[in-house]
Design a protein around this ligand. Structure first.
Ligand SMILES: C[S@@+](CC[C@H](N)C(=O)[O-])C[C@H]1O[C@@H](n2cnc3c(N)ncnc32)[C@H](O)[C@@H]1O
Length: 387
């Protein structure tokens, strides 16, 4: 496909998404209907679509309309490209840009920074001087990070194995298991290091949340909201002699966990909701609760536009309820770990402080926010203990 034909395909996919189709469904639906497209075409189109979704408001302003075509005109204008090179009107290319398709000046900071208007005041209140850098970071692609499974290899060994497969990396400062991929990211899933469980795809802040825990031999550690098990596996890899348990209210989310655990050479006991109370108490209970994902909107930009005030309210109620339900699972001298991949106060300090005010025997000894502007996903974690 020509570059212009890829833009035309992106316009069609974006129109599908703007009329309500989930992003992955729109992309795979297009790929299925377009067997002529090769893997490079599909990857380039995916990049166009995700770039446009990250910058949906600013590109719409640059492009003069919030349509697939408006967003792609905005993308070219924002990159200071030449519209006439892409919007040629030739076969398979988008039609030429008309006089009417003018861009306009940004009306608000939130529009310029691609944050929903209603959310910008809370975003600023939470992040203060970091609000604008964080919003800027969310407009760009996320770096690719790997977690080195120290149970199988050290960092230099992992880097060498990846390099042998054409993947270049360097250590990431957020965590001593983290590598940032600088070249060859698309080869990771076919690499020996990945197949042998030496590396896993995981953002450096997600790794740092686990590295911040003090684990001692023979501890029993529960990942209560395990999902796909990214943090479960990071826990299991960090300390071979702790007993790691995984639970999720939706067990289907953990379906790949047994295979991933095997590949990592780790041991994890999966618990159903009925079993979890019988297995209590645990020395560490991690609740990596469902959240807005505001810290990972670079990876999942549709979430930025899908969040509503009511949706945020529902999320905070869920977060508070999980915290209430999981607290009794923590051993008397145990640690209760709250985590989100959000940077919003309502989902972070707001939830923890409300819990502390209702449960005076609990104290918070550690709180940290990882900022998206510092090169990881945005993350938050707090460690609570009892008197
Ligand atoms: C942010 S995701 C977890 C991501 C995962 N820890 C990881 O690192 O890959 C939150 C998870 O919480 C689960 N969840 C939602 N409500 C829950 C509840 N009441 N109890 C336990 N898990 C719940 C969801 O199914 C989802 O998998």
């Amino acid at each position: 496909m020509t570059p212009a034909a890829r833009v035309q395909a992106s316009i069609e996919i974006l129109d599908d998404i703007l009329s309500g189709a989930p992003v992955e469904k729109a992309l795979t639906g297009w790929a299925r209907r377009s067997r002529f497209a090769g893997s490079k075409d599909r990857a380039a189109i995916r990049d166009h679509v995700f770039d446009a979704l990250r910058c949906r408001r600013s590109f719409a302003a640059y492009g003069g309309s919030e349509t697939g075509r408006g967003l792609m005109i905005g993308a070219v204008r924002s990159a200071e490209g030449n519209l006439a090179d892409v919007f040629t009107g030739a076969r398979y290319a988008p039609a030429q840009v008309t006089e009417a398709e003018k861009g306009r000046a940004f009306q608000t900071d939130a529009e310029r920074l691609d944050i929903p208007e209603w959310l910008w005041p809370s975003f600023q209140a939470a992040l203060k001087d970091e609000a604008e850098p964080a919003a800027n970071s969310l407009q760009s692609r996320a770096p690719v990070h790997l977690r080195v499974n120290l149970a199988k290899a050290d960092l230099p060994q992992a880097m060498q194995s990846l390099s042998d497969d054409g993947i270049q990396t360097h250590p990431h400062p957020a965590c001593d298991t983290a590598l940032e991929v600088t070249e060859g990211a698309r080869r990771i899933s076919h690499s020996q290091a990945y197949a042998n469980g030496i590396v896993e795809l995981q953002d450096a802040a997600s790794q740092a949340v686990i590295a911040a825990l003090e684990l001692r031999p023979a501890m029993r550690v529960l990942d209560y909201c395990a999902g796909g098990g990214g943090k479960t596996l990071a826990l299991a890899a960090r300390a071979q002699d702790v007993q790691v348990f995984a639970h999720d209210a939706n067990p289907d989310r953990m379906r790949d966990l047994p295979a991933r655990t095997k590949r990592a050479g780790a041991e994890v006991t999966i618990l159903t909701t009925d079993q979890v109370a019988d297995q209590a108490p645990f020395d560490v209970v991690l609740i990596d609760v469902p959240c807005s994902g505001s810290g990972s909107w670079r990876r999942a930009p549709a979430g930025k536009w899908a969040l509503t005030p009511d949706g945020l309210d529902t999320l905070t109620q869920t977060q508070a309820s999980i915290m209430r339900n999981a607290a009794p699972l923590v051993a008397e001298k145990g640690v209760f770990v709250y985590a989100t991949c959000s940077m919003l106060t309502a989902e972070n300090d707001g939830i923890v402080d409300d819990f502390l005010s209702r449960h005076p025997s609990w104290h918070c000894g550690f709180r940290k926010t990882w900022l998206v502007s510092e090169g990881t996903d945005g993350f938050y974690s707090a460690h609570l203990t009892r008197d």
